[in-house]
Design a binder for this molecule. Structure first.
Ligand code: HEC
Length: 198
């Protein structure tokens, strides 16, 4: 009897340790695939080793959902990345240039309406000049995606990436309203870019 009990409790300790290992490291429950070829992008192993262990990244790898969406204090970093890496081809506010518009409700690849799909297109690239952007850290990519969602100027009803709660307060971005200052995202003083995962 006693021996049986010890065995069982040992098994429980091992199980708890395995669970801690699983939750403590970034494990992708989702398989992320190249938008054109469908090949496994091998995320997170193929990603920039930095910025893999934030709460938002862990949550995204497990669920495909970006917790940074509409978290105001996280937007300035996303805007910075966008202006450095994307606006040259997609326009200052996603209005489109050599690359297609990113702020309207038309998507060449409809899956870009989901966080997971948008990530896959940015991370793995698409056709022609749309190269892969896997050099950015996973955390930067999520902030960048939040910024792209923020500059969305189309109908809220088509914004599948917003939760029902977010849809109630989301206002389509109007570039002219942001043109007076320097047009950049401003977080209120003291705001921190934080998410509550789970
Ligand atoms: C050198 C120019 C260039 C750069 C830089 C660039 N893109 Fe693109 N992007 C394109 C082109 C061209 C396409 C169209 C490719 C296609 O249809 O397969 C595209 C397509 C896309 C799409 C798919 C849009 C749709 O309608 O489905 C997304 C999303 C996107 N780019 C995001 C980004 C982001 C985010 C960045 C910055 C990290 C970026 N791009 C940088 C040229 C560029």
């Amino acid at each position: 009897m006693d021996g049986d009990y010890t065995m069982k409790s040992k098994a429980l300790v091992v199980m708890a340790a395995v669970a801690a290992m699983i939750t403590g490291t970034a494990v992708a429950a989702e398989t992320f695939r190249n938008t054109i070829t469908g090949d496994d992008l091998k995320v997170p192993e193929s990603s920039n080793p930095e910025g893999r262990d934030t709460a938002a990244v862990k949550h995204f790898l497990e669920s495909g959902v970006n917790l940074y969406t509409e978290v105001k204090a996280c937007l300035p970093k996303g805007e910075e990345v966008y202006l450095t890496s994307c606006s040259g081809c997609h326009g200052h506010v996603g209005e489109g240039k050599v690359g297609p518009g990113l702020a309207d409700n038309y998507w060449t690849y409809p899956k870009n309406k989901t966080d997971k799909g948008l990530f896959e297109t940015i991370y793995g690239g698409a056709q022609g000049m749309m190269g892969p952007h896997s050099d950015l850290t996973l955390d930067e990519l999520l902030k960048l995606m939040a910024w792209i969602r923020h500059i969305y100027s189309g109908d809220v009803a088509d914004a599948d990436w917003l939760t029902e709660e977010q849809k109630k307060t989301f206002k389509p971005y109007k570039p002219e309203e942001h043109a007076s200052a320097d047009g950049s995202a401003k977080a209120a003083d003291g705001d921190e870019c934080k998410v509550s995962a789970n």
